[in-house]
Design a protein around this ligand. Sequence first.
Ligand SMILES: [Fe+2]
Length: 307
Amino acid sequence: MSLHRLLAMRVGVPRPDELAGFYAEVGLATDGDGRVTSPDGGTQVVIEEAPYRQLLGVELGAAHERDLDDIGGRLADLGVTIEGRSSSLTAVDPISHVRFRVTVAEPLAQAGSTAVVDNRPGATVRRNERASAVSQGPRPPRRLGHLVIGTPDIAATQRFLVDGLGCKVSDQADGIVSFLRCSTDHHNIGLVHSPVPILQHYSWECDDVDHVGHTATALLRADADRQTWGLGRHFAGSNFYWYLRDPSGAFMELFSDLDVIDDDDAWEAQRTPLALEHVANSWGPDIPMEFIAPHDLPELQAAWAAR
Ligand SMILES: [Fe+2]
């Protein structure tokens, strides 16, 4: 795969300082100038002021300079204009209006986290001591893992991302949701239907389910109204999830234990189509209506129409 990682996203919101403050509460480093840094991923969010909340851009990493030429050729075949091409390539998805920038980047390198030692029936591996997780607390997530774009035309945005940029399809339920990858993660970019383009949610990787739990719990103790959906486990991607609403109105997910795909043929050989009952989760609370139609959707539709 020429693409190999999700580098960053650029978001526009009416109150950038409020969102930066939330990220600081999550444990991420903020520089006072809208740049948000994770421990493993470097600068992963750039916050800009905008009249309504929106996803402005996504930055992807490619392995080699020649990959940019290949991507440029494929986008040209699709009739997409290349906006910039020097050390990076920039093109806009004509449907979502999100600006994608591809640069040559080093592979992601992550130090391993401490192994979890879980007792199970008939398999006691931890004796005469408490689980280490009970003494841990909230801490910064490791990196930005994925983002989900609400688009009025999933198929067209998917063509741009797959046939143009070179993302791969990991799972999909036609017309409902597509899970695309630009790395060995099961998904880095998701697509869902929305009447106008929106950033539906974005997701930070945690070490394990206890890391998800400690961090989400601390954020909810500070403001219980942030609760959106979780704790549960998705079917697509297999990950544990917990979603909270950020102050701009987008959903922030904390996740752990996502499927890794490093052999495309092996994944395809066992993949079955996503049935309707698999779309939301494997277990956990029912999907809230708010997750499908966020409370500020009418406002976003009006803003999109007036732009
Ligand atoms: Fe997610």
